[in-house]
Design a protein around this ligand. Sequence first.
Ligand code: SF4
Length: 699
Amino acid sequence: MSSDKQDTVKTICPYCGVGCGIQVSQGDEPGDVQFMPWGDAPVNEGRVCIKGGAATEVVDHEDRLTDPLIRDDDGEFREATWEEAYEYIVSELERIRDEYGPDAMGFFGSSKTMNEENYLLQKLARRYGTNNVDNCTRMCHASTVWALRTSLGAGAMTNSMRDLREAADVFWIQGANPGEQHPIANSQYFRQAVLEGATVIQVDPHANKTTRSFQIDDTDRHQHLQLNPGTDIPLLNIVLKTILEHHADHPEDGWVDEAFVEERTEGFDHLKATLEEFDKEAAAEECGVALAAIELAAEKYATADNAAIFTGMGMSQHACGVDNVQNEINLALITGNLGRPGTGVNPLRGQNNVQGTCDVGAMPNVLPGYQLVDDDAARESVEDVWGFEVPDEPGLTNVEISYEAGDSVKGLYVMGENPVMSEPDANSVAERLADLEFMVVQDIFMTETAEYANVILPATTWAERGGTVTNTDRRVQRMRGVGKVHENTRHDREILTEVGTRLFEEGFDFENPEEIFEELRQVCPSYHGMTYDLLGEEGLHWPCYELGDEGDPFLYEDEFDTESGLGHIEGVEHTPPAETPDDEYPLILTTARLEEHYNTGTMSTRSPTLNRQTPENFVDVHPDDAARYGIEDGEYVKLRSRRGEITLEAHVTEDTKEGVVWTTPHFAAASANKLTNHVLDDRAKIPEYKAAAAEIEVD
Ligand code: SF4
């Protein structure tokens, strides 16, 4: 049994970024792994949502990979020894580097794995000689991270769930759905604030569990602005212009915080110039929302003592994702809603370690701590600890790596990711991965991506191993394992240390996760003041620059972490989605996740409890569209885009707008990403999952 073995451990839920604490106990048999509540867990005080409560169901699932697999010459997988697998991997990695150079390899980290593991993976890539390393945040919040990092300083929530719950008067929730995606944050923090008087402005094309949890029904207090997909910039520009107009006539009301703008920001004139000719009436028509409703929402935000913005993938997953989030930053900056409790711009992160995976540098343009690879001083400070040179040009993102597969990219190392399901235009991704010369996948189950691999390595699950994860409000917390359920599986970190040591002899010889964390904190300034002992059971919010720092629940109290120390305002103009409806594809397809499922469904669709809730994909169709296409509620339909077709059940509902069809990415049998569009944001390279042209017909 592994040295991680303990009978009952306090750990963190493996699903969303809220970071709820749970306990896991192991009975007499290794596979007898059970969920137990952790009553005084720091984030959730014992409460969990349906996913957290069912999390242990996949640990001893019959589909677990239990032995290494190698694809033989006949194309079939056969069981192999670890020794064979390691020898094969190392010889192929060396061959590809010798024949094509290090940039012919790509490395995918995973936000489902821990900080130590992603740290090792990105170090392995850089020691190999490439910055072609990325993780699935590319698909969820790369644009948010870009906008927040460049305009405020850190690609993370500015505030914490706790201070938002205690101090926010207005929650502006745009393109996020905490009622569904972050259920405990919603019920334990945001809903409590609302019960005590806070107001909710929800901006979303779809009515959802957030709408229902706050009973938003266009009363005077709460509002749901049900905009057309891809019109977030014009809607926010109406809000911004309304605030500027009111301030021009009534400066005494303080809708614009002049002192804050003067002392702590730059770029206000650019925003004013951008909005000078902006036509609010025309924009409201484009958004599909009454102008008066948007103006009312603007007033509520601007007159709140403390207004907080929540932003989600409805904002980030557009070809204009960086601009979308920049406009939220503009709103917070001109009204002075940053740098104190109950305010800020707060991305709610989807996976339990999506924040940490970026923090530790599993991205092509940054090293641990978001230090740019092309910043000589930053790079050299990391090289001093690592003892080798790091390439000084940003590498390819994961979406770019997949699209280069078979061309400039010859090999791929995948840890816990499933690009064949998670990337847009998935049919194309599968075709390209099939063209690779070599791919290794380490995972807990056979995935749609692993089917194209040459080597598959059986990893342990979240419940079997230790390490740290960083939740959505920058709280670094320890995970602990009960030990291996299947003796021949290996922890991700064990696999990476073995591969690294065989390839390079030095730099990968770590006995346990704490040793890895000790090196990580040396090269990651915001983690520098953390140790496993100091993290304890409560965890710490980064930044912690020195040992003994208590961490910062909210950022930017005195200055922003930009070069000038100022918050960057920049006006943005509307860029419509790359595909808009036409005669052939007359509907807008948009996608989102469900509370009871998780991303590509690798774990959640194998959980009996979760699968009972929703066993297959479906598409929401507005009643007027259903009547037009002759679709009955519950009938199976074909949904098509220019890239593919899926068959799924139609739900006829007013939750979606007329002209908009809404579906989910979780189910392999009807994967929405066979339809989504590959077009990328220029800067953050995030795909436009949220708007594609589509057509529908009865199956
Ligand atoms: Fe797990 Fe998120 Fe549910 Fe908490 S809210 S139990 S972290 S899925």
